[in-house]
Design a protein around this ligand. Structure first.
Ligand code: SF4
Length: 444
């Protein structure tokens, strides 16, 4: 018998968000974040159009939206569960609690209004969730689609998208000098082309380049607005807390992009008008984690310590990795307008700040730039239990922060979906104390 609680994301955000009173836009975002299913059902009713769940931020939301589908990220509840245990088809304890929690939501019928599921690969755990969802949750008529996302891009080669050498094969010597079918951008474009064709057959309507351009424009608009909003987190005494910034980012993974742009425009206007109390800051922290949707952790760090800590930025899928680098502003290669829209989207997803386990060199650059852009004093690394892909990056992360950038780190583990609150409070408090205490080195 399941002990899973009924609430999905009802964690009190809407009632205890300090900034929500000063930022009506954050309240709007929280109303979606805390009741995502209500929002999606209402959207479906209003638009009489399909809603499709997606399992990672490598899924190109632009393409789904261009076909008339609302993409809604499937999250877990961040509560311990036993729904996925005991059936060999399900995602068992071998897999990370986050991936099992997401699947549990599907098995419990929380996504019964959705018309499909899409995954772009990040790890085997979510792949298992996807396969189990297709077998156990989706109906025969549902749209189910898997995108094999390349795990490496060749930034270090200086050669845009050619994987110069992989598994002993020298792709740089491809006779056409850059359009090697194994090059990630070309490869991913073919995958997106197949997604487009399958969406056309699912919706029964053509998906044109104009539709794609329109979708790129609205998603890019939200990415640029978020970037402008995040600039306020770099203030010496930020008026936007990490807790509320994260709510704004999460909302974008659940909402109609046009409605989301309205929310972000309001948030930016409110910040420009001087809304929000400057936060006293003993320590400016960065969170580095795979998912990053646990706002309880943010609240604990920002509101329950003896010290004034503020999370000024995060490297996570609910954070900068999701919205840095719009389609129209690739860090390499020509701008989107000179390109075929599907390829431009493919470039963006290859060129965005990578998830752990993908392209460490690009990650290193991104992490290094965040430390300086947001003037970070310390890094809180949050490892999801059994997340082998982040575990693999952590030695590189600590080495980068501590040895190269001289920024201290603290690593905590989210067990069964959450870092135990008492342990989190005690350890982060000690960490902030260490950051704020002047070094005794050289005094004796
Ligand atoms: S937390 Fe790690 S292991 Fe779990 S789904 Fe995310 S990337 Fe995969």
């Amino acid at each position: 018998m399941s002990t899973f609680t009924d609430a999905v994301t009802d964690d009190g955000d809407s009632s205890d968000s300090d900034a929500a009173e000063m930022f009506p836009a954050v309240t709007d975002a929280l109303s979606v974040v805390t009741k995502p299913h209500e929002y999606a059902r209402d959207w479906k009713r209003r638009h009489d159009a399909p809603v499709v769940a997606y399992l990672s931020t490598y899924v190109p939301r632009e393409i789904l939206w261009a076909s008339g589908v609302l993409p809604v990220r499937a999250f877990g509840s961040r509560r311990p569960e036993d729904v996925t245990v005991g059936d060999e088809h399900h995602n068992r304890r071998l897999f990370c609690p986050f991936s099992r929690d997401v699947l549990a939501q599907g098995l419990l019928g929380r996504y019964d209004y959705t018309d499909g599921i899409v995954l772009a690969s990040v790890c085997l755990h979510l792949r298992q969730t996807f396969d189990a969802w297709v077998q156990e949750v989706a109906s025969e008529e549902d749209f189910t689609h898997y995108i094999a996302m390349p795990h490496g891009t060749p930034a270090e080669t200086g050669d845009e998208f050619l994987p110069v050498k992989r598994h002993g094969v020298d792709y740089a010597s491809a006779p056409d000098g850059g359009t090697c079918p194994h090059a990630p951008a070309a490869y991913l474009t073919t995958k997106f082309d197949r997604l487009r064709a399958e969406l056309e057959s699912f919706t029964g309507a053509p998906l044109t380049d104009d539709d794609l351009e329109a979708a790129i424009n609205v998603y890019d608009r939200s990415r640029k607005l978020l970037r402008d909003i995040y600039a306020y987190r770099a203030e010496p005494e930020p008026r936007l807390s990490g807790t509320d910034a994260t709510a704004l980012v999460t909302a974008g993974q659940l909402m109609d992009p046009h409605e989301y742009v309205d929310v972000l425009e309001s948030a930016l206007a409110q910040l420009e008008d001087g809304a929000g109390e400057p936060r006293a800051v003993d320590a400016r922290l960065m969170v580095v984690t795979a998912v990053g949707d646990d706002r309880t952790l943010y609240r604990t760090v920002e509101r329950e310590l003896e010290y004034d800590a503020t999370i000024v930025v995060e490297d996570s899928s609910v954070g900068t990795t999701d919205f840095y680098r719009p389609v129209s502003e690739p860090s390499r290669g020509p701008p989107a307008k000179d390109d075929d829209p599907l390829k431009a989207i493919a470039r963006r997803y290859l060129d965005r700040p990578p998830y752990p386990s993908k392209q460490w060199d690009n990650r290193r650059e991104h992490l290094r730039s965040l430390v300086s852009e947001y003037d970070v004093d310390g890094v809180l690394i949050v490892l999801e239990e059994r997340c082998d892909i982040h575990l693999r990056d952590i030695p590189h992360e600590t080495n980068l922060f501590e040895e190269e950038l001289d920024v201290p780190t603290l690593t905590v583990v989210a067990e069964k979906g959450r870092v135990p609150p008492g342990q989190l409070k005690t350890r982060v408090e000690a960490f902030v104390e260490e950051i704020t205490t002047p070094s005794m080195e050289g005094l004796y």
